[in-house]
Design a protein around this ligand. Structure first.
Ligand code: PLP
Length: 434
């Protein structure tokens, strides 16, 4: 049976070039990068080369690149490494659990966190971040791209706020890697985390940008690796693979791959949305009228606004001091990563659709893969104001950069069949999932 993998936000396969780059470092050049003999020096040189590639990828100095085990470690390091009892931390309610759970742990150590909510379109408003800042705020952490909706967050604006208020700024850039250009100077961040396996690199390896002079305590201690910022023998094949994946990602940002991917995603999205009882999460332009309660500002109930755009008013869900009635309006298209679409399907259970599609050879996700198996609906979609039934009926399609027209054709063939069959055998009506 044909298999079509549309779960790239969960993970991606190695590209053959990445595999080839890594190959010599498993057996032939197996040395420990800390050893002074030739075998060690070969490994050390490979790590140095990889560091330079990552510095180019981030637009930073080589000395500002720290190799680690991936996104979770980078996110945890930013929080555990910078915050102390009595500090205040600002993040958003749509972050990955690597941030959210670290924040919850810090609550037990005297760090209070403000979780800024998104609008119904999935965007965080930088002015909400600004309003949350207190004299004791030490760190802001915000994602570059949301893993479930692909919505790109206004990191540059938040970077400016952090600079003006003297607060450290960390970006979880895991889902932006290889999809949008990185420039840590432009982003204005002190710290940035990424993971190789989301951009066709190996699992269990990543890198962090740590701006020179950022007083971060290492999570792991033991050796002098990574300028004492991350102890542990370097994962040389993994680091080489990460750098190769980053190099290829930089090419794809320039050679039209991302534009082609966006066109494929758009065709897929438009095709799926032909089905009755479907809609987009975190993409379309919405307006919420003053007489409607904020809680009523769900994408499907809000008005679609065509045409180019203005900006959000301040008065919207999650904004401290916002009134319960919304004057929330946007004519700005919501920026998204090129590969992601998140779609709700009325009258069915998302998990059932994930399984039905899997049986037809199509891999998608009913939320964040890191939460699969959990029965709770997506915290991201809930934060955007969806009710539980609608959140649970939502599916994320995330295309790999190697996706083809034939992949989209196949998915557009099997999705309507599966949806119609599920709706016929076990309809789920609004509110039935609590
Ligand atoms: N941050 C985001 C936004 C993610 O999507 C993920 C993984 O899904 C992570 C962090 C964790 O990254 P890793 O799998 O490398 O630990």
């Amino acid at each position: 049976m044909k298999r079509v993998y549309m779960d790239a936000n969960a993970t991606t396969p190695l590209l053959p070039e990445v595999m080839e780059a890594m190959r010599p470092y498993w057996i032939e050049h197996f040395g420990n990068a800390s050893s002074i003999h030739l075998d060690g020096q070969q490994a050390h040189t490979a790590v140095d080369r990889a560091r330079s590639v990552m510095a180019e990828f981030f637009n930073c100095h080589d000395a500002e690149v720290v190799f680690n085990s991936g996104g979770t470690e980078g996110d945890n390091t930013a929080i555990f490494g910078l915050l102390h009892p009595g500090d205040h931390f600002i993040t958003t309610s749509i972050e990955h659990s690597a941030i959210l759970q670290a924040a919850h742990r810090m609550a037990q150590h005297g760090v209070e966190t403000t979780f800024v909510a998104p609008s119904a379109s999935g965007l965080i408003d930088p002015s909400d971040i600004l309003r949350a800042i207190r004299p004791e705020t030490r760190l802001i952490s915000m994602m570059l791209a949301n893993n479930e909706t692909g919505v790109l967050q206004p990191v540059e604006e938040v970077g400016k706020i952090a600079a003006n208020t003297g607060v450290f700024f960390h970006i979880d850039a895991v889902q932006g890697a290889g999809k949008v250009p990185f420039d840590v100077r432009r982003f204005g961040c002190h710290l940035l985390s990424l993971s190789a396996h989301k951009m066709h690199g190996p699992k269990g390896v990543g890198a962090m940008f740590v701006r020179r002079g950022t007083p971060i305590e290492p999570l792991l201690v033991g050796g002098s690796h990574e300028r004492r910022q991350r102890a542990g023998t370097e994962n040389v094949p993994g680091i080489v693979g990460l750098a190769k994946a980053a190099e290829l990602a930089m090419h794809s940002l320039e050679d039209g791959t991302i534009t082609r991917l966006a066109a494929l995603r758009d065709r897929l999205e438009a095709g799926v949305l032909q089905l009755p009882g479907t809609g987009l999460n975190g993409a379309h332009i919405i307006a919420c009228h003053p007489e409607r309660a904020i809680t009523d500002c769900h994408p499907e109930r809000a008005e679609r606004v065509e045409g180019p755009a203005s900006s959000f008013s301040d008065n919207k869900p999650g904004a401290p001091g916002a009134s319960h009635l919304g004057t929330w309006e946007s004519t700005n298209p919501v920026p998204r990563t090129a590969n992601t679409t998140n779609i709700w399907f009325d009258n069915l259970e998302g998990e059932a659709l994930v399984i039905a599609l899997d049986l037809k050879g199509v891999a998608v996700s009913g939320g964040s893969a890191c939460h699969s198996g959990a029965t709770e609906p997506s915290h991201v979609l809930m934060a955007m104001g969806l009710d539980k039934t609608r959140a649970r009926s939502s599916l994320r399609f995330s295309l790999m950069k190697t996706a083809t027209e034939a992949d989209v054709d196949y998915v557009l063939q099997v999705v309507p069949e599966a949806v119609n069959r599920l709706r016929a055998i076990s309809p789920v009506t609004t509110g039935t999932l609590g």
